[in-house]
Design a protein around this ligand. Structure first.
Ligand code: SF4
Length: 455
């Protein structure tokens, strides 16, 4: 049974990055702009290795009806629903520009809608988005289509429309079931309504329902969180995502509305994670890694056992790694050996597109060292096993010499039971899987322990 001891809980540095990207956002530079992203797209077009491979796309739909105080996303809270149509036109312009640089319609094997609140869009608008995407790309026959759902913005009819469009996976934002916690974060939602939606999504035949919970929220206590977990188990979802709330009001203004004195201590937040770990484990959920749990038989659980898990900006996946095209304001894409981020305000995003420019405001071209470290970090997160010979061959280095400093830190982590080292490999232990960010951070040349990351 997975669990952390009190000593490790105290030692655990929960501020280490989650490595949705490596390097993290802090390394994205404004010197990387539309021209560099266009080059990355054209490089893909010219490469025989990549141009026939399918892409993943995610679309950032920024609109929300109400503001949640814990929010750290780029969103627009408005009741002016007419804004969405103009936004879809911008999405179409951006996609058209990207596809021009790719030199033809790319194949798409994964599509994810996030936000904001994707289900803020009316059913007919989601259909329009589908039409736009299909006009400029080719969906593969078994395309994996998923979206994030704010349960307050959808009903059974809306679920049926999503199923009709081909969506297979639904991520419901639950966050916490306790009313005082919900009040403290300004997100009141009815448990019975969520339960009804999940039951109906099963009737409709969706392949996977995932629930998102946050721990470390204001007013959360050991008892309230245990009650939330037991309600979550009643929902019997296929996956549970458990994310630490990071209080960073200096970066995310809505968080200023959260009273610091209502927040659980760092130690309590970690105890809540530990409670979730044991509760979900006992209920039959397998720990996939970082923040994710899946039932036995779920594609993620199967991929984990086969050693074929992948990870990108959207999290863990069971399909092989693909380039990720981001559409919409603030979208973060990963194309070849680059990351790029779109303009984070609607005005700026629109201005770029009016000038017929790709709306990229910053990004990062990975150096050889970045690619090497990224490969090790993602392998640690997904497979938990790094072969030194394989790295030496792929990057023409001598692992021991190149990572002499890191090996010293790994030996310390070995003494703590987080990794096992041999002359030829590094393996993450069962305990180390829970603390894998700490292990991965050893290879992160940009991160300083004690500094919190926004990634
Ligand atoms: S948490 Fe989601 S629904 Fe709430 S304001 Fe942020 S993006 Fe909108």
């Amino acid at each position: 049974m997975l669990s952390l001891s009190q000593a490790l809980l105290e030692h655990y540095d929960a501020q280490a990055p989650t490595y949705q990207t490596y390097p993290g956002f802090e390394q994205f530079k404004q010197a990387f702009g539309p021209r560099h992203y266009a080059q990355a797209l054209e490089h893909r077009r010219q490469s025989v290795l990549t141009r026939l491979k399918p892409l993943s796309i995610y679309v950032h739909l920024p609109f929300c009806e109400k503001l949640c105080y814990f929010c750290n996303r780029d969103k627009i809270v408005t009741k002016r629903y007419s804004k969405t149509l103009a936004y879809l036109e911008l999405i179409e312009q951006e996609l058209k520009l990207q596809v021009e640089h790719l030199g033809g319609k790319p194949k798409i094997s994964q599509l994810h809608l996030t936000g904001g609140t994707p289900t803020y869009l009316h059913e007919s608008e989601l259909e329009s988005l589908d039409t736009i995407l299909k006009s400029y790309t080719v969906f593969t026959p078994n395309i994996d289509m998923s979206l994030d759902i704010d349960p307050r913005t959808i009903n059974n009819h809306g679920l049926a429309a999503l199923h009709h469009l081909g969506f297979k996976r639904l991520n419901f934002g639950v966050q916490d079931c306790d009313v005082s916690v919900q009040r403290a974060v300004h997100r009141l939602q009815d448990f019975d309504a969520i339960q009804g939606l999940i039951e109906h999504s099963r009737v409709l035949g969706f392949e996977c329902c995932s629930l998102e919970l946050l721990y470390g929220l204001p007013k959360q206590t050991q008892r309230s969180f245990e009650a939330t977990l037991s309600r979550v188990l009643e929902l019997d979802s296929d996956r549970v995502k458990l994310t630490l709330y990071r209080h960073q009001p200096e970066h995310f203004s809505p968080q200023n509305k959260i009273k610091a004195q209502d927040l659980p201590s760092k130690l309590l937040a970690l105890k809540l994670f530990n409670t979730a770990l044991t509760t979900l484990n006992q209920a039959g959920y397998e720990y996939i890694g970082l923040d994710l749990f899946a039932k036995d038989g779920d594609p993620l659980s199967v991929a984990k056992r086969r050693g074929s898990l992948s990870r990108n900006f959207l999290g863990f996946g069971h399909q092989p790694h693909t380039d990720l095209m981001a559409l919409g304001m603030s979208g973060v894409g990963s194309m070849g050996s680059t990351y790029s981020q779109n303009a984070t305000t609607l005005e700026e995003y629109r201005l770029f597109l009016e000038r017929k420019q790709l709306p990229v405001v910053k990004g990062c071209a990975l150096s050889r060292d970045d690619l090497l470290r990224k490969s090790i970090i993602m392998t640690l997160m997904c497979q938990g096993h790094v072969s030194f010979d394989a790295i030496d061959e792929a990057y023409l280095i001598d692992f021991d010499a190149y990572f002499a400093q890191e090996m010293k830190q790994l030996r310390r982590l070995e003494a703590e039971g987080l990794v096992k080292l041999s002359a030829k490999s590094l393996d993450v232990t069962e305990l180390g899987r829970i603390l894998v960010r700490t292990i991965a951070a050893v290879f992160d040349r940009y991160w300083t322990p004690g500094l919190s990351s926004t990634v």
